[in-house]
Write a protein that binds this ligand. Structure first.
Ligand SMILES: NC(=O)c1ccc[n+]([C@@H]2O[C@H](COP(=O)([O-])OP(=O)(O)OC[C@H]3O[C@@H](n4cnc5c(N)ncnc54)[C@H](OP(=O)(O)O)[C@@H]3O)[C@@H](O)[C@H]2O)c1
Length: 428
């Protein structure tokens, strides 16, 4: 059931009731066009790649929204506002300064938090300020510890009547919803009990993302990988367990390696699948080798130290950017579900440009919250209170805008590059 909670603008206290009634009147899953007209959306990290891309998509899809770009750099802010046009402005915010955060959130209906890195952050300052100021919230967190800490604010968010989603980007984010839909469809079609869920991700180079993504990748190499095997939590070495995965049309076969990503734990706990893991790979191939070498050669203490990793990023950044110009920024997510009756189903999502697709995906979560799909509390995307089950299809279709390949609930051969047909519909 879609929530009737915070579809309210701070200045329009009667909206929850109006929206709930309007939604009932709309009947069977029909969408209401503008549930939070003229809502004020603050995009933290809006001067960066992910936040900027999200702001651009939001302003195109919902020109009525008032978008506030927030960050520490006025020049970058002014340039983003110039791109967005009249319904936007910049405000200076440092997320480490609680007073500046709370001031920025004062007259805001929704905050999109894309000011990473989330790895090794000690507090959820933005979420706390959102709850304090009664502002709806979504972040693009890609860190397991941060996501669990965010989740621990669930009861405070419920008490404040604030809907919040953590890990609401492309991966994690859209991939969680894809997994939830594969599991739901399998159970409802009695395909046997879901037994193994595997997330596979591929991004060429940095995917056109900002310098923060490099820091994120290096910091993840310092974390043991949490995976689940038949219900047991296991810890594995980062960037190990290589598999060669077929991402199908436009991407092809790519090597992917284990990484510690939050969707593994949330999918295991929320969806109840006993075996879950996540793997990631990049291109050109030597970046994978470099990541493996860093894992093997650098001390773990170094890879967990944010300031030392930032120094490393500054040295690597020019080389990475130069290679990015050749490698492009294609992105693909493949989610595989195996069931107890031997049937396997797959979801695939591929886009030519991660920097565009991540904004489209994050904007889809922001719109879902504005439209009342999220209950008060702090939720993962695969939780029905996060994105209502009947709203998942809308979210996936919105997020999939511009993809070169998007398909759900297919047998693997249907999405793979070179299906081996033996005739009469028999494939191996
Ligand atoms: N879930 C997903 O699907 C997904 C996908 C890709 C990336 N991500 C995550 O998204 C985050 C952003 O990546 P990106 O590529 O956009 O990085 P980016 O281009 O480097 O942007 C980072 C942004 O954060 C802002 N920022 C950093 N520290 C801040 C602070 N203390 N106060 C206020 N603003 C601050 C920066 O603004 P100023 O420096 O101007 O202040 C900048 O706007 C990363 O953590 C990355 O891991 C998630």
């Amino acid at each position: 059931m879609a929530g009737a909670s915070l579809h309210l603008l701070k200045s329009q206290t009667l909206l929850p009731v109006c929206c709930a009634r309007a939604k009932e009147e709309a009947g069977n899953g029909a969408r209401l066009p503008d549930k939070s007209p003229n809502a004020r959306v603050l995009v933290l990290g809006g001067t960066g790649r992910v936040g900027g891309s999200t702001a651009i998509v939001l302003s195109k899809v919902r020109p009525d929204l008032r978008i506030i770009i927030a960050g520490r750099n006025r020049e970058k802010g002014a340039s983003m506002v110039a791109k967005l046009g009249g319904n936007s402005k910049f405000t200076e915010v440092d997320i480490d300064n609680v007073a500046s955060l709370e001031a920025a959130l004062k007259d805001v209906d929704l905050v999109v938090h894309a000011a990473g890195p989330f790895q090794q952050a000690e507090k959820c300052t933005v979420l706390e300020a959102a709850i304090q100021s009664k502002t709806a919230y979504v972040d693009v967190c890609d860190d397991t510890t941060y996501a669990s800490r965010a989740k621990s604010f669930k009861n405070r968010a419920i008490a404040a009547n604030i809907p919040a989603i953590t890990t609401g980007g492309i991966y994690p984010g859209v991939s969680n919803v894809m997994a939830a839909e594969l599991v739901r469809a399998s159970r409802s079609e009695s395909k046997g009990e879901p037994e193994r869920l595997r997330f596979y991700y591929y991004t060429a180079g940095t995917g056109g993302a900002g310098p923060t993504i490099l820091a994120t990748s290096f910091l993840l190499l310092g974390e043991e990988v949490v995976a689940y095997n038949k219900g047991e939590m296991i810890k594995l070495k980062p960037y190990s367990g290589m598999l060669n995965i077929d991402f199908g049309k436009g991407i092809g076969k790519r090597d992917v390696y284990l990484l510690n990503l939050p969707e593994v734990r949330s999918a295991h706990e929320v969806l109840g699948v006993p075996t879950v893991s996540a793997r990631f790979g990049t291109a050109p191939f030597f970046w994978n080798w470099a990541m493996e070498a860093m894992t093997n050669l650098l001390p773990v203490e170094f890879l967990r130290d944010r300031s030392r990793v930032q120094e490393l990023v500054q040295q690597f950044d020019p080389v990475v950017r130069a290679v990015d110009r050749i490698s492009g920024e294609r992105v693909s997510m493949r989610v595989d579900l195996e069931c107890s009756d031997g049937r396997n189903v797959v979801g695939i999502f591929s886009h030519k440009r991660l920097s565009v697709s991540v904004g489209t995906a994050t904007a889809a979560f922001a719109l879902a919250i504005l439209e009342g799909s999220t209950q008060p509390g702090v939720w993962f995307p695969e939780e029905p209170e996060g994105i209502a089950i009947e709203d998942r299809e809308v979210l996936l279709n919105r997020a999939a805008q511009g993809t070169i390949n998007f398909a759900m609930n297919k047998p693997p051969w249907m999405i793979e590059t070179d299906p081996k047909e033996l005739g009469l519909g028999i494939y191996v």
